[in-house]
Design a protein around this ligand. Structure first.
Ligand SMILES: Cc1ncc(COP(=O)(O)O)c(C=O)c1O
Length: 381
């Protein structure tokens, strides 16, 4: 055979696989990849089990079961004063990643530009590249990762098809404010740019702040896909269940791809979630639950040589290590895993041209015991 021509020649094994692999090899505490190490609600697991026993083991409807679509749109409309319709404006997906990939597949044409705020979740750019688009990065910087909307404006061209935002933001733990969203709404007015608003951490937000969903702003909602993940909300990242919302005209195009991409998502889990979501307390309790973990972790490492701004949302905390070493963050993260037995994620891998702000990302969706062990290690460095 002649040599293969890769469609993604620059993509290598992603950092989560590398750091989790190293953590296993070195028998290190793994605070790198973002997944909880505590149990899922027994009630939710029972509901999935019951759904399987009741026979919900065959294909679900393509866009998701009506009961789940109904409860999600009702929840969103209540929380964000929106008007999504369960029949036309929602699709249940196999995790947010599948929704993101499908949105990009459905809308990005060869030659299109997509503005991406960096650091960014690493699935956006390969999908853009696969469909012939070009990523136009806007780099944000530690410690506050504030968006310079004038810079964003300067990157808009006649080729701009899409803009991707993410709030609460992985990896920085920052959030977009109401004023950010109003500025963005103004900026996109009179354009045909589609907004992809990745809101997978919508319920993990701290210190009394409220999530500023694109769904709240009519000028954004009319052009937006909002992506969400049950993995983040119900500690079930391994189930890969999520959904996306958008006005009908956009969702119709999405479904054209979705039906050939996965056709539908896990049926028994949809049945279970449709019942479980009837109790808002399950997601309303999340800010307190994770804020306690954040505060516990930060109180334990407050006297360490790492410096930080407490995360405003997500279950990630950035720690700045410039008082310890000026090593490149990837090298330092690997050394910490090998020598000190703690794995984290170096943030430069999410940045444009690997900008190195000397910060590492630690996941605090962990038991108190794990957080104590982590703090003990970090305090000695
Ligand atoms: C910003 C962001 N978007 C999307 C996802 C993917 O969510 P899912 O696991 O539901 O595909 C993640 C997961 O880490 C994320 O951090």
């Amino acid at each position: 055979m002649t040599p293969l021509i890769s469609k993604l020649p620059n993509v290598e094994t992603n950092i989560f696989t590398i750091m989790s692999g190293l953590a296993v090899q070195e028998n290190a505490l793994n605070l790198s990849q973002g997944f909880p190490n505590f149990e899922v609600s027994p009630r939710l697991m029972d509901l999935v089990n019951k759904a399987m026993r009741k026979g919900y083991n065959q294909y679900a409807p393509m866009a998701g079961i009506p009961e789940l679509r109904h409860i999600i749109t009702q929840k969103t409309n209540t929380l964000y004063q929106s008007n999504y319709h369960p029949d036309t404006d929602i699709t249940v997906t196999s995790g947010a990643t599948q929704a993101i990939f499908t949105i990009i597949a459905a809308f990005v044409h060869p030659g299109d530009e997509v503005i991406v705020l960096k650091p960014a979740y690493d699935s956006y750019e390969p999908a853009i590249e696969l469909y012939g688009g070009t990523t136009i990065p806007v780099q944000l910087s530690a410690p506050d990762f504030k968006v310079d909307w004038e810079e964003v404006r300067s990157k808009i061209s006649s080729k701009t098809r899409m803009l991707i935002i993410n709030t609460p933001h992985n990896p920085s733990g920052t959030i977009l404010s109401e004023s950010d969203m109003l500025t963005l709404q103004d900026l996109l007015k009179d354009t045909d740019i589609i907004l992809l608003s990745d809101e997978v951490y919508e319920h993990i937000i701290f210190d009394g702040q409220t999530h500023q969903s694109a769904a709240k702003f009519s000028g954004l909602r009319e052009r937006a896909f909002i992506t969400a993940s049950f993995g983040k909300t119900f500690h079930t990242t391994g189930w890969k269940m999520g959904y996306c919302l958008a006005p009908k005209a956009l969702m119709d195009e999405f479904k054209k791809v979705h039906q050939f991409n996965v056709f539908c998502s896990n049926h028994p889990i949809q049945q279970a979630l449709a019942i479980y979501l009837k109790h808002p307390e399950h997601y309303e309790a999340l800010p307190d639950f994770y804020q306690q973990k954040r505060d516990f972790f930060l109180s334990l490492i407050k006297d360490s040589r790492f410096t930080f701004t407490p995360a405003a949302g997500t279950y990630f905390q950035l720690l700045n290590y410039s008082a310890i070493t000026d090593e490149y963050d990837v090298d330092f993260a690997k050394r910490l895993t090998r020598e000190h037995k703690i794995a984290s994620i170096p943030v430069s891998v999410f940045n444009h041209k690997q900008q190195d702000d000397k910060v590492l990302r630690f996941c605090f969706a962990k038991t108190e015991e794990t957080l104590e062990q982590a703090a003990e290690i970090l305090n000695k460095i």
